[in-house]
Design a protein around this ligand. Structure first.
Ligand code: PLP
Length: 394
């Protein structure tokens, strides 16, 4: 009998994409929708990066190329990580992938056996449990709870470690909460990883979108170099979501496995995009700093405005570009609230449970939209808030 492999039934989609599809249907009916559901910068790729891609194509960089990635790009990434994150890595330990998600998948496929347990933050990026399950491994969430300022609790993580635990996944700044793990939390997590001999997968995709302070990569902690894989890329920091460019930084013994995964799937990443990515990292036009300054203004204003909505409570995030709003005070479920926001107010947001059970009393708004759009979104939300003011708890 023809059938779909059972591993597919344990994987899941992404809440943002489901909301986006419904928002698109409403737009097709002529409705005006403000899209605050997707995790995509509203900025576009810098002009010099676009020019570099065009030049690379004109120069004939349209062939198959090195499986691990173009050496010049890997050298530039090593220099960039030293400069922006104070970590020393060799270009030999970097593998270029078509997007962070593939880098994540490739790394997990290389390191996990069926039945292995993977500790991951919840609420968190939906790909973490989904990929884990798809590989026959077991996702074990640790909470980012408001009781703990949305920080991981190392004692809770320690209590969930078993002889089957193989990997600890971290994501700072995190999607959807915007949490930047504190130095002491990261140090404690690193100690646990050493003590229990775990792999650490540090998803650093939002490392540059930080509202103050120095970025502390997991790789900087004692004992981490030999067990940590960094996942990063160009989607968020350089507004290049559609280019599909990411990379893993891994200990030397993992590199052949990552290369083997590349050979058996995407072969190599498009050569001309890799040359353009060198230009993005050099960022002569200061695009990343300009974008982050603008996100920071929006963060301040948007979180202030959201806190004026009856029943909403929102701490300004420390990184990334999401407002993570506690809606328990509305007396409504996040699903019902998001339905009202979309259908009645024309504002698309994501119910927090899309990021795991721990997010059930929250909704996520992306503030990667102009200040005037965010302002209009809050006005629309205020208008429909009468619906829940009758049931509001405060
Ligand atoms: N990791 C996190 C935490 C993300 O939020 C995302 C995208 O939203 C990804 C990975 C995937 O990034 P990419 O678009 O480069 O595949």
């Amino acid at each position: 009998m023809r059938s779909i492999a059972s591993r597919m039934s344990v994987m899941s989609g992404e809440g943002a994409l489901a909301v986006f599809a419904r928002a698109r249907e409403l737009e097709a009916q002529g409705r005006s929708i403000i899209h605050l559901e997707l995790g995509e910068p509203d900025f576009h790729t810098g002009q010099s990066v676009i020019d570099s891609a065009a030049k690379a194509l004109a120069d004939g960089k349209d062939r198959y190329c090195a499986v691990q990635g173009v050496l010049a790009l890997r050298q530039e990434i090593a220099a960039y990580l030293a400069h922006t994150r104070s970590i020393q890595v060799s270009p030999d330990n970097i593998v270029i992938a078509p997007g962070c998600k593939i880098a994540l998948f490739q790394s997990m496929m290389a390191l996990l056996e069926p039945g292995d347990e993977v500790l991951y933050p919840e609420p968190g990026f939906p790909g973490y449990p989904s990929i884990t399950l798809g590989l026959g491994a077991v996702p074990v969430p640790f909470a980012l709870s408001p009781r703990n300022q949305l920080q991981p609790d190392p004692d809770e993580v320690a209590s969930k470690i078993t002889p089957r635990t193989r990997m600890l996944l971290t994501n700072s700044p995190g999607n959807p909460t915007g949490t930047v793990y504190t130095d002491s939390v990261q140090r404690a997590l690193a100690e646990l990883a050493v003590k229990h001999d775990l792999w650490v997968l540090s998803d650093e995709i939002y490392a540059r979108i930080l509202y103050g302070g120095e970025y502390l990569s997991m790789l900087r902690y004692p004992g981490m170099k030999e067990r940590t894989l960094i996942i990063d890329g160009f989607s968020k920091s350089f507004a290049m979501t559609g280019w599909r460019l990411g990379y893993s930084v891994a200990p030397p013994e993992v590199i052949p496995a990552l290369n083997l995964m590349a050979v058996n799937t995407y072969t190599c990443v498009a050569e001309f995009t890799q040359y353009a990515a060198i230009d993005a990292l050099r960022d002569r036009e200061g695009n990343t700093a300009r974008m982050v300054t603008e996100f920071s203004r929006r963060r301040d204003q948007f979180s202030q405005d959201l806190n004026r909505v009856p029943g909403f409570r929102c701490l300004p995030p420390q990184g990334a570009f999401y407002a993570w709003v506690d809606i328990a005070g509305t007396g409504m479920s996040a699903e019902e609230l998001c339905r009202i926001l979309l259908e009645d107010a024309g504002v698309a947001a994501i119910p927090g449970a899309a990021f795991g059970h721990e997010g059930k009393n929250f909704i996520r708004f992306s503030f990667a939209s102009s200040m005037s759009t965010l302002h209009e979104a809050v006005e629309r939300i205020q208008k429909v808030s009468a619906v829940w003011q009758g049931t509001a708890v405060r």
